[in-house]
Write a protein that binds this ligand. Structure first.
Ligand SMILES: NC(=O)c1ccc[n+]([C@@H]2O[C@H](COP(=O)([O-])OP(=O)(O)OC[C@H]3O[C@@H](n4cnc5c(N)ncnc54)[C@H](OP(=O)(O)O)[C@@H]3O)[C@@H](O)[C@H]2O)c1
Length: 233
């Protein structure tokens, strides 16, 4: 089985996704920021790891390039890193620093990871990219309804990136699948202890997208998924 790279793999939904893919027999490499927590999580799972602050676009680019050079082209790329914006970050109350912090981590580094690792995956005609987005980034339903502006808008950007890239790569017809998921409110450091879903429930759709059988004539890629179903952007 091929290489899986999981960003945000040190804890929460990324860790659970990495755990399941490792259990399924993949070689897994974790990426996160805090070197000690990451080393400990990687040791528990028996994975490789690379620590980097994904807010730093140059460091992110260099790390993904080094991963490619050292480990080769991934078969599966799961982007599960992310930060919530400050509670009071309404558009008119958000500082430049807060806007840039959230955009850099939640959106810019998603582009960087895909730009570096997705290109050889597309060339290999064998790859799956799954990105943890959020229902708060939808343009419909409970989506962009005000508040948490940097977070919501960064995830709307992720959704747009997925849709745009799916068009660029032939909607799975050329062997590269790219999808966004909304895990729903899950008990992690970000979701908090009172969230209704366990990490197993929250990570289920991402794990399924990363491993499902795919027939380009019948199945769909390039969408936003929730509970294994396509939902409105
Ligand atoms: N939990 C929910 O209810 C929920 C709902 C909707 C969407 N989501 C999305 O699902 C994804 C995973 O969320 P989660 O709840 O598992 O979050 P979490 O428990 O807070 O974990 C966040 C992960 O992102 C990594 N990370 C954060 N900032 C980073 C940076 N600057 N550089 C590198 N890595 C960084 C963290 O690494 P360190 O350990 O090194 O800090 C950690 O591994 C996120 O994209 C989130 O927006 C979550």
């Amino acid at each position: 089985m091929g290489l899986v790279v999981v960003t945000g793999g040190s804890r929460g939904l990324g860790y659970e996704t990495a755990r399941a893919l490792k259990k399924a027999g993949h070689k897994v490499l974790l990426v996160a920021k805090d070197p000690e927590r990451l080393a400990s999580s990687a040791k528990t799972l028996g994975c490789e790891y690379r620590a980097v602050d994904l807010a730093d676009i140059d460091a992110a680019r260099a790390t993904f390039q080094e991963i490619l050079a050292s480990f080769g082209t991934p078969e599966i790329l799961v982007l599960a890193h992310g930060v919530m914006s400050e509670k009071m970050s309404k558009t008119l109350r958000t500082t430049n620093e807060e806007w840039r912090r959230v955009m850099a981590i939640n959106l810019d580094s998603v582009f960087t990871a895909i730009n570096i690792l997705g290109a050889p995956m597309a060339e290999a005609r064998n790859g799956r990219i799954v990105i943890y987005s959020a229902c708060l980034g939808r343009m419909s339903g409970p989506g962009n309804a005000g508040g948490l502006a940097p977070y919501r808008i960064s995830k709307a950007g992720v959704n747009a990136l997925v849709r745009n890239m799916a068009h660029e790569t032939g909607h799975g017809s050329r062997g590269l699948l790219v999808d966004a998921i909304c895990p729903n409110h899950t008990r992690t450091d970000m979701g908090g202890p009172d969230a209704p879903l366990s990490v197993e429930e929250g990570a289920d759709t991402a794990i399924w997208l990363a491993t499902r059988a795919f027939d380009p004539a019948a199945d769909k890629t390039g969408f936003l998924w929730e509970e294994r179903r396509i939902i409105e952007w």
